[in-house]
Design a binder for this molecule. Structure first.
Ligand code: FE
Length: 132
């Protein structure tokens, strides 16, 4: 995947994205648990960044965490970047799209094998591309 970063102004993102997607991707929002149709997506394919189309997660790494958000045990190589998020009185590791910087969700150390990580991702930050 291309390493070229995508940089847009706030007004460009606001124009491009739906209100729900803008709030998650560009304002660090969190969708209400259990609301994303992608919670129930079980087909083979890839989950793409809803901001820039970058390939972020493969269906083979998706699992049912019970959290109410789409969950994966690993991202695709070099697809995401992480930062420390100290908002809301917690210390969490925030997960962002490596290409456009969009906020995706958080990663927690309570996932399944083989990584032990749980990428807890807002469905609003993703598009699903079924394998053709
Ligand atoms: Fe992106």
């Amino acid at each position: 995947m291309t390493k070229e970063k995508i940089v847009k102004s706030d007004s460009e993102w606001r124009e491009q994205l739906s209100a729900d997607r803008y709030r998650v991707l560009r304002q660090h929002g969190t969708e209400p648990a259990g609301t994303s149709p992608l919670n129930y997506e079980k087909r083979s394919g890839e989950f793409l960044c809803a901001g820039c189309g970058a390939e972020l997660f493969e269906s083979g790494t998706k699992y049912e965490s019970g959290s109410g958000w789409p969950s994966f045990y690993a991202p695709m190589p070099d697809a995401v970047a992480t930062t420390t998020d100290t908002s809301h009185g917690m210390v969490r590791t925030e997960v962002n799209c490596a290409r456009c910087g969009g906020h995706l969700g958080h990663v927690f150390p309570d996932g399944p094998r083989p990584t032990g990580e749980r990428y807890c991702i807002n469905g609003a930050a993703l598009d699903f591309k079924p394998k053709s």
